[in-house]
Design a protein around this ligand. Structure first.
Ligand code: GRF
Length: 206
């Protein structure tokens, strides 16, 4: 008998251009995330460029406005869409809203985020500007599990990027983005493979 492991279905939440979503979709399509399929892309912004980029790739998209709803009401609506498609792993890719505690508990250890700094340095908005203003020589990006604190959960992957003397926020962000597109698919592949353990805050590959 041949054992066919079930494909893990991934949902991606976006609010904007969606370049990390594209990186994940292309990696899943090319077989770089074995056993994974992008089942759904949800945006809270109707004009998010990423929605069109997902549709061009044949991925189902849903626009769910957060306006006029409490945070939890909006998140419950997202959860319903995700569950309807049997999504097991949720990737935040430039999703510009905080998630409710309800949503985070509901999908505990099954939500990933990418952040453009070496956490725990420079959480929150404008991480690349924060790094430049602080004068660090090295920064980078982090893929982490989402917990109830901002940009805080267990770290899955990180990549280091040098800050160059003539860097602007834009040039630094562009070099970090290249690394984001590399490590996010790697992190998702690790989670889909199941070859890891969570020991406190540490994610140990095994
Ligand atoms: C990325 O820099 C990501 O690290 C941060 O938001 C940005 C989203 O960019 N969380 P994109 O929409 O994936 O192009």
């Amino acid at each position: 008998m041949i054992y066919c492991p079930r494909v893990k279905r991934i949902g991606i939440l976006i609010s904007g251009r969606g370049s990390n979503m594209v990186a994940l979709a292309d990696a899943a399509h090319d077989g770089r995330i074995p056993g994974a399929e992008i089942a759904l892309v949800i945006s809270n912004i109707e004009t998010a460029a990423g929605l069109e980029r997902a549709r061009e790739r044949g991925i189902e998209t849903v626009f769910l406005s957060h306006q006029g709803k409490t945070r939890e009401e909006h998140d419950r609506a997202m959860a319903q869409e995700l569950r309807r498609r049997d999504v097991e792993l949720i990737c935040l890719a430039g999703y510009m809203r905080l998630l409710s505690s309800w949503f985070i508990r509901e999908f505990e250890t099954r939500i990933l985020n990418i952040h453009p700094s070496l956490l725990p340095a420079f959480p929150g908005l404008n991480a690349q500007k924060q790094a430049l203003d602080y004068g660090v020589k090295l920064t980078g990006c982090t893929v982490h599990m989402v917990d109830e604190e901002l940009d805080h959960g267990p770290i899955v992957k990180q990549a280091v990027v040098s800050v160059l003397p003539d860097d602007t926020v834009e040039s630094l962000a562009a070099r970090i983005l290249i690394e984001e597109h590399r490590i996010y698919p790697e992190a998702v592949a690790l989670l889909v493979s199941g070859k890891y353990k969570i020991e406190g805050r540490r994610i140990v590959e095994c």
